[in-house]
Design a protein around this ligand. Structure first.
Ligand SMILES: NC(=O)C1=CN([C@@H]2O[C@H](COP(=O)(O)OP(=O)(O)OC[C@H]3O[C@@H](n4cnc5c(N)ncnc54)[C@H](OP(=O)(O)O)[C@@H]3O)[C@@H](O)[C@H]2O)[C@@H](O)CC1
Ligand SMILES: Nc1ncnc2c1ncn2[C@@H]1O[C@H](COP(=O)(O)OP(=O)(O)O)[C@@H](O)[C@H]1O
Ligand SMILES: [K+]
Length: 533
């Protein structure tokens, strides 16, 4: 299933550009003119009154875009200072540079000339784009340090062409050398071309890019002509969907979830048709996490949800929706007995379970060969028993946050944290794909940039940088329950994890700041309505 907007790596983007240019149908200079025009257009939308702009042009095609932007802004009355390198770049950028030189001068791209720009100037960063292969050095590194200061501490507006310079577009990490540490820029606006790149959405990318716009520069036919199936999608944010093979979220969700199910079940439905989710919780006093998960599972539209608790279930009184069924699961044997009920279609182990109980129940849960979500304490139990990782059932989702991920996959985590010295740097997508393939399960690495990866290499990215209030105690438990509910409803495993992640964050977006985890399940009916269910 394809879902959202395709994300292209820099290598894929280059291949598509080459295919377009090689056929002679779309010359490089035309692409560069379109890219420059898109940026100039967005600058004019953001600042309708012509003002002062300082355009910083690098050695490659990103610099070429900069010269086009300068020419187009000059035409409509902007006052410009263009800073560039004393070189003749490759043919297209060279042409763009020469065309600018017919209009105005090029000052050296140095700290001294940058400092002479008027304080009210907007700055346009066309130094490095997708071609950055190593950390910026020498004079450019010095200049970027100053630009970083201007954008982060002096509110200087910065428009980044394709990406803020120095950012690795395959990972969202700043490239840094031993002598030149990274200089993080904070752009006001970034205009990327054709499709988002991983670097726009991951790690430092969102904070560096500011508002992100993806401009269509006419490459769609060549993107769609590729023979290899796309395998990387952004499920949020949503960009204008320009890929025929990627279905917009609003049309996919009703089909995936069964139209009308959430709002009121169709006449031929009975509760077992929508699955039975079992959430295994912990002792009284620690059962809040599992209750949150169970609430989310029942609000997801699962037909039945059972909450399995270790002690006398009457002691749990009347907390939680009466619609939940309570069962006593004191030990692995009791779990085994309950799982003989073939109507149970998905299982969640971990939230509020306690490490000992999770470790005790995990082998039985895995043996059930049911679709399952392992979260929290179940992940810690798994990390303590690495042999079990190879025995996970099919249709299993692991939902670690970064700490749990590091315990489960220490080598992969170390690689992800090593300083990024050259591009393409090892990314969260690389890490999740490797982890998913290692354990043969879907891995959802949580965070402001969640990555969901399947063992076959398909991956989805969800960016939640706009909703920091989602990082609240218990919100991960709600996510685990929601995914379990969707699995119980028979959604394929990658889709259940991805759609769960999307609906969870969408609820947080609707609520706004002040959110507590208890609010999330209660918002699901509204989320479903928003998606036309
Ligand atoms: N292709 C197209 O049709 C279109 C492309 N478009 C635009 O082109 C951009 C990609 O262009 P690009 O590939 O020329 O790379 P770019 O980002 O300008 O930088 C690479 C240059 O910098 C150099 N360099 C690298 N690292 C360095 C360092 N640390 N310190 C110093 N130098 C370093 C590197 O040289 P080298 O590594 O060979 O030494 C090379 O010269 C893309 O982001 C988009 O804006 C649009 O116009 C749409 C059409
Ligand atoms: N900075 C952030 N901005 C937005 N969402 C975040 C951020 N950090 C974490 N999240 C999301 O919040 C949830 C937290 O889950 P988790 O770490 O398991 O917390 P808990 O254990 O308290 O439930 C996840 O869905 C994660 O993706
Ligand atoms: K740039």
């Amino acid at each position: 299933m394809l879902f959202g907007t395709e994300i292209l790596t820099t290598a894929q983007m280059r291949a598509i550009e080459s295919a377009a240019m090689d056929g002679g149908e779309l010359p490089g200079l035309t692409l560069m003119e379109r890219a420059g025009a898109a940026v100039a257009g967005h600058i004019r939308l953001q600042w309708p009154k012509p003002g002062h702009a300082t355009i910083l042009c690098g050695p490659g095609n990103n610099g070429g875009d900069g010269y086009v932007i300068a020419r187009l802004l000059a035409k409509v009355g902007w006052r410009l200072r263009v800073l560039g390198l004393d070189n003749i770049p490759g043919s297209d950028a060279g042409d763009a540079k020469r065309r600018w030189q017919e209009i105005g001068p090029i000052l050296p791209l140095t700290l001294a000339t940058l400092r002479e720009s008027p304080v009210n100037s907007i700055h346009v960063d066309a130094i490095f784009g997708t071609g950055l292969s190593r950390p910026p050095q020498d004079e450019i590194a010095v200049l970027l340090r100053h630009l970083s200061h201007l954008t982060r501490h002096e509110n200087t507006p910065l428009v980044a062409v394709d990406c803020p310079s120095g950012l690795c577009m395959d990972s969202g990490r700043w490239l840094g050398g031993d002598t030149d540490p990274p200089s993080p820029l904070a752009a006001t606006l970034t205009i990327g071309f054709d499709s988002p790149k991983p670097g726009h959405l991951l790690a430092s990318g969102p904070a560096a890019c500011g508002r992100l716009i993806i401009a269509d520069i006419g490459l769609r036919p060549w993107r769609e002509r590729r023979t290899r199936q796309a395998d990387l999608y952004a499920i949020w944010p949503r960009f204008p969907v320009h890929d025929r093979r990627a279905e917009p979220i609003r049309s996919v969700l009703p089909r995936m979830l069964g139209k009308g199910v959430a709002a009121g079940q169709p006449q031929d439905a009975h509760k077992y048709r929508y699955g039975h989710a079992l959430i295994v919780g912990g002792a009284a006093g620690q059962d809040g996490a599992a209750r949150l998960a169970a609430r989310a599972a029942i609000r997801s539209g699962a037909g039945l949800v059972t909450l399995g608790l270790p002690d006398d279930i009457t002691g749990h009184g009347r907390q939680g929706p009466d619609a939940l069924m309570l069962r006593n699961i004191g030990n692995a044997e009791a779990l085994q007995n309950l799982l003989t009920d073939r109507r149970i279609t998905a299982l969640c182990l971990g939230p509020g379970c306690g490490l000992r109980r999770a470790a005790d129940l995990l082998p039985t849960a895995m043996n059930a060969r049911l679709p399952c979500v392992l979260d929290a304490d179940a992940l810690s139990a798994l990390a303590q028993n690495p042999d079990w990782v190879g025995q996970l059932p099919d249709h299993c989702v692991l939902t670690p946050h970064e700490g749990e991920f590091a315990r489960l996959f220490p080598d992969i985590s170390r690689r992800m944290k090593k300083p990024a010295r050259h591009g393409p740097a090892y990314s969260r997508i690389d890490a999740v794909r490797e982890a998913a393939s290692h354990c043969n399960a879907v891995v959802l690495l949580k965070g402001p940039d969640s990555v969901i990866g399947a063992p076959d290499g398909r991956a989805w990215v969800h960016s939640a940088f706009d909703i920091p209030w989602l990082a609240t105690a218990g919100s991960g438990d709600v996510l685990a329950g929601l995914i379990t509910g969707l699995l119980a409803r028979d959604l394929p495993v990658l889709e259940a994890a991805g759609i769960g992640c999307l609906l969870h964050a969408y609820a947080a977006r609707l609520f706004g700041p002040g959110l507590i985890a208890d609010d999330l399940p209660e918002l699901l009916p509204r989320v479903y309505r928003e998606f036309g269910l």
